[in-house]
Each structure stands twice: as structure tokens, then as C-alpha cells.
Design a protein around this ligand. Structure first.
Ligand code: FES
Length: 194
């Protein structure tokens, strides 16, 4: 089955030991599957893969949202690309804020100030590691905005299905597992700065 935006599969090249399985997020979703730009360097076109999943909770923009901000603290905006594709297909207004300079569809307007983007948006999807979360939370709690915010938190996804606890994430209701309860969380669910 094809992962939805924000979901992932656990992948190995056929013949590799099971311990080498890695999380793979879609970078583009097609009618007949998906592609990803997050592949290990030793994989080659034509290699046969063994996939488990999809796993996790993906992005779920409200149907009424017409102005989406996609925002990344990572270099290449990997996991947000299928969401951008979905927004463009629905002819929505899209803006991007990020710390990298990924190649984007010209219809996506790049904003320089995160606060400005949030004030404009009615839905915002973030991709970030835990280290940058506190600064983001400070920004979105310090301005008036009406955007519903979801965050794909990059975590250590070792098993992908709840067995290893490596992806335990501080949460407003204790700890949650990014592989089962995330990796996309509502912004207000994530414990501040931890
Ligand atoms: S990745 Fe193993 S419990 Fe989440």
C-alpha cells in the first residue's frame, strides 16, 4: 500500500539483514506507488526492495483550509513534498518557509518570515527535528494566528511498529511513540522545548 503524506514504510533491499531496515518517507505519490529521495547511497535503480507498512499517522489538513503553509527546518524539505503536490492538485494557495532552499513548484510562494507565513495561513505543516522545536514553538505561540498546525517530528524510527521504544516522544499526555501516534502530531500536543 502507498503511504499517505507524512506516513512512512520500513524498507530494506532484498537480501539485506532485517536490522538494516530503514524508514522511507514518500517524496512524491503516484497512481501506481510512490518515490522517495531519502534512499541510502548504496541502493541502485532496479534493486528489489522489501517494504513493510505504511506506518504512522500522516498529515490531515482540514478540508476547509485554503491557505497552506509548509515549513521545514531541514535542508531539503523531504517529507512535505507529497503534501505540496496534494495542495497544488487541489488548487490551493501554498507558501513555503524553510531554512534550506529546495527546488519548488513556481506556484509555491516562498516567505522569509515564519510569523508572516503563519499569520497568512489557515493550515501549517512543519517538518523538523526535536532540536529546532523549541524555537518554532516560541514563534507560533508569540503571534496571533488562526492556522491549525501539525508537525512531522523526525525521530529514530528503528522498528516502525511500536516494539523498540526508540521513538518515544514527550507529549502533553506523557510519552507517545512517533511510529504509532505520529510521526505527525498536532502542535499543541508536543511538550514545549523538551
Ligand atoms: S520505532 Fe520502534 S517503537 Fe517506534
Amino acid at each position: 500500500m502507498t503511504p499517505a503524506p507524512g506516513q512512512f514504510v520500513m524498507a530494506i533491499m532484498q537480501g539485506e539483514p532485517a536490522a538494516h531496515r530503514i524508514p522511507l518517507f514518500p517524496s512524491s505519490i503516484h497512481a501506481d506507488g510512490f518515490s522517495s529521495t531519502m534512499l541510502p547511497e548504496h541502493w541502485r535503480p532496479g534493486d528489489k526492495l522489501d517494504l513493510l507498512g505504511p506506518f504512522g499517522r500522516g498529515f490531515s489538513p482540514p478540508g476547509s483550509a485554503k491557505r497552506w503553509l509548509v515549513a521545514s527546518t531541514l535542508e531539503r524539505c523531504h517529507t512535505l513534498r507529497p503534501l505540496i503536490e496534494a495542495g497544488l492538485e487541489r488548487d490551493l494557495e501554498l507558501s513555503y518557509w524553510g531554512q534550506g532552499s529546495p527546488a519548488l513548484d513556481p506556484a509555491v510562494e516562498v516567505v522569509v518570515e515564519l510569523g508572516e507565513g503563519l499569520e497568512w495561513a489557515d493550515y501549517a505543516a512543519f517538518e523538523t527535528g526535536r532540536g529546532a522545536l523549541a524555537a518554532l514553538q516560541e514563534t507560533w505561540s508569540g503571534i496571533e494566528h488562526r492556522a491549525e498546525i501539525q508537525v512531522l517530528l523526525i525521530s529514530d524510527l528503528v522498528c516502525g511498529f511500536g516494539a523498540c521504544q526508540a521513538c518515544a516522544t514527550p507529549h502533553s499526555r506523557g510519552h507517545k511513540l512517533a511510529c504509532l501516534d505520529g510521526p505527525v502530531f498536532e502542535a499543541h500536543e508536543l511538550s514545549p522545548g523538551r
